[in-house]
Design a protein around this ligand. Sequence first.
Ligand code: NAX
Length: 320
Amino acid sequence: CSEQLRVLVTGAAGQIAYSLLFSIAKGDVFGKDQPIILLLLDITAMLPVLEGVVMELQDCALPLLRDIIATDMEEVAFKDLDAAILVGSMPRKEGMERKDLLKANVAIFKSQGSALEKFSKKTVKVLVVGNPANTNCLVAAKSAPSIPKANFSCLTRLDHNRARSQVAMRCGVPATHVKNVIIWGNHSSTQYPDVHHCMVNMSGSELTCFDAIKDEAWLKGEFIATVQQRGAAVIKARKLSSAMSAAKAICDHMRDIWTVNYHYWVPDDLIYSFPVQIHKDKSWKIVDGLGINSFSQTKMDATAAELMEERDTALAFLGV
Ligand code: NAX
């Protein structure tokens, strides 16, 4: 077993958290052999409800869940975090102006960003879910200047999953047969679900989305509107906002970030060759998301081990 991970979920007494915590605690996100400590933050008024959530998590008798810390204090919740899933935010109340809503959320995410800066590990991975998710994420990142900006992301994976499923249902294939759907922009009704790079596996052959569906008008009209308005459609039907699907998307998003890091993980202080994309302005980025099978992983580990040995020998020569 590897060392315990400290994972924070805010808004922990809310409805998304209720669907999310079980999946995290049973190993769906960080791995089936990765022990975790859950830190649960909510506002003071919700602490009695949170206590009930803690009881239920205890009653699940899960092998990987080593401790649960429920609190309304940021200095407790953000301490030594490996991952932070920021779900709680100020909801829009009847008659509230957009500007006032934003102001209330800036205050929350400034405070939580500062808490990340002060109390969490510098390697912490932060996923912002609470709306307006993109801007809340920006505020949190700006309030934690010593944590790399690349460690911050916000949730648009739910929109991605919605788009993927719409295409899959239209083609009569499982969602896993649809890849490279893109969501551009904001997690709001201005988002652009883009299928121009999307490929669909239809009975073993890979087709572009346009060739598979053969209905450009639908793809450029109803499909986009359906994905953009899906959250509102769920609220209308359920009288509550998306929770099960939001929790699933959070798991997908965080697991991909975590797994890719794991697959590409090499010890610090090595000059190790990765596949990269080089941009016109000479900046570069590691190509992420490539599937790594156990054959490749063994070979990647072996070359890292050799480099570590060389590094240690060279540093000894240098007298460092
Ligand atoms: P709930 O109202 O059920 O739960 C939110 C919880 O957050 C409450 O328990 C509340 O007390 C708590 N909270 C409020 N301020 C807090 C603070 N400063 N610190 C800690 N906890 C705090 O909402 P739920 O349905 O769980 O949704 C949570 C958020 O996710 C909302 O902002 C919602 O708009 C957003 N969503 C974002 C999605 C995305 O794709 N980015 C999709 C789903 C969801 O709509």
